[in-house]
Design a protein around this ligand. Structure first.
Ligand SMILES: [Zn+2]
Length: 438
């Protein structure tokens, strides 16, 4: 293909994406409204709409009565035109969902990851996890009744440092992996595009496209669970660092010389504020013989602590408050650095409720600098396993809806989205070798 035809091809792909996105974000819209909003000519919009209707991504949804002339036919996104799969990969368990183009979950399934192999160098083998993910994807897709041909791809969310441009896990503290290629072997097994992303980033992308982050130019998602992480949307764009890791809020040192973190450093925010740290502190309080009803609990969980706090246990209240204050210190850092419009605190850890969240809010107030953060809205939302898996699915959706000019991720072969909509390649750099195409 010569350069001019490539440009023409790309130009059309960009315009198709523009119309599809307008219909998705603002539909139902008439062709005339699409022309006005896009700046494209009526004839171009008519041609592009016809193509999107023929490929099934857009459908006509009735007419709107107007006072004069022929009532316009409205166009809407056909959210059931294609589907995606999202998988949250955790030590010991996998959660998968199939969603439609509106990120609505149509089926859901859980399974386990293989146990650690025994021996001196115990770690879970990547090949075993890839096999388990492939089986779960096939199963959740079969359960959904969606045809393989109607799948745009699979998103994988994984904690740790992820190179999303090549689909490689650079470092997984939970699995003990370094430089493991996950996307390519899984794509080969499944015959689908596979996108690997850090789990917090995938949740952030889901917020940007389908959640509370919609319409916000700058927001930060902070997750609290077994770890502490952060994801960023700045100036309207998801911020992926250099595509090879970002947002390790949990591993910022807040107490030099403090307790040893899972990463090997001392005094990280995560070792002061995560659920894991909180439960370890509670277990330690019992071991040191502190007067607390927690000593009667068979198993120490976040819920055990919340129940004890609600029943008046001062030790449980103190531990939850300490953990919340450290989180507030972390939020203060983010506000002072980025002053976002919106701060979304999500994850299993918010289930602790006001015992943890009120001290967190107070510490944020104490730690923010002058007027920075004064206009920042704070939203707290729980994120269970399905939300995390849906986040992974949204990584695929966001690539699909992104203009071909801005698609930076490289899916492992084969390229299903590259052919959509209607045979338009995702980018002129389509054939540039993996990951270096931006
Ligand atoms: Zn650390």
């Amino acid at each position: 293909m010569n350069e001019i035809s490539v440009d023409r091809y790309l130009g059309k792909a960009v315009n198709l994406s523009l119309v599809l996105n307008l219909v998705k974000s603002s539909g139902p819209l008439s062709r005339a409204e699409i022309a006005t909003r896009s700046g494209l000519s009526a004839a171009t919009v008519s041609n592009l709409s016809a193509e999107l209707i023929e490929s099934g991504f857009v459908h006509e949804t009735g007419v709107v009565e107007t006072s004069r002339g022929r009532p316009p036919v409205m166009l809407s996104l056909n959210s059931k035109a294609k589907y995606v799969v999202g998988v949250k990969v955790m030590p010991g368990s996998l959660v998968a969902v199939v969603t439609d183009l509106d990120a609505q979950v149509v089926s859901y399934q859980e399974s386990t990851t293989p146990d650690e192999v025994s021996g001196d160098n115990a770690e879970t083998l990547p090949a075993d996890v890839i096999g388990a993910v492939a089986r779960l994807v096939e199963s959740v897709v079969a359960r959904s009744g969606v045809n393989q041909a109607d799948l745009l791809g699979v998103g994988l969310g994984l904690a740790g440092i992820v190179d999303s441009t090549t689909g490689t896990c650079r470092y997984s503290p939970f699995f003990g992996w370094r430089n493991v290629d996950l996307a390519s072997p899984l794509a080969s097994q499944l015959g689908l595009d596979v996108y690997l992303e850090n789990d917090v980033n995938s949740l952030t992308i889901a917020e940007q496209w389908f959640g509370d982050g919609r319409g916000h130019d700058s927001f930060v998602v902070v997750t609290v669970g077994s770890g502490v992480g952060a994801g960023f949307v700045l100036n309207g764009q998801f911020y992926g660092g250099n595509g090879r890791g970002v947002g390790e809020l949990g591993h910022i040192t807040v107490m030099p010389g403090g307790p040893v973190c899972g990463c090997g450093k001392r005094g990280c925010l995560e070792v002061m504020a995560s659920d894991t740290a909180l439960i370890a502190a509670a277990t330690d309080a019992v071991a040191r013989g502190q007067l607390t009803t927690l000593s009667e609990s068979a198993e120490m969980t976040l819920q055990t602590l919340v129940t004890a706090a609600t029943d008046g246990d001062e030790v449980a209240r103190g531990l939850l408050a300490d953990s919340g204050r450290w989180l507030g210190v972390g939020l203060g850092m983010i506000v002072n650095l980025l002053n976002p419009e919106l701060l979304i605190v999500a994850g299993e850890g918010v289930e602790a409720g006001s015992w943890r969240l009120d001290p967190m809010r107070a510490a944020l107030e104490e730690n923010r600098f002058d007027s920075l953060g004064a206009g920042t809205r704070l939203v707290v939302e729980s994120a269970g396993d399905v939300t995390w898996a849906r986040g992974a699915a949204c990584v695929v959706l966001s690539e699909f809806f992104k203009s071909p000019l801005h698609r930076g991720r490289t899916a492992a072969v084969p390229a299903a989205i590259g052919a959509a909509p209607n045979g338009i390649p995702r980018t002129v750099r389509h054939n540039v070798k993996g990951g270096e195409s931006t």
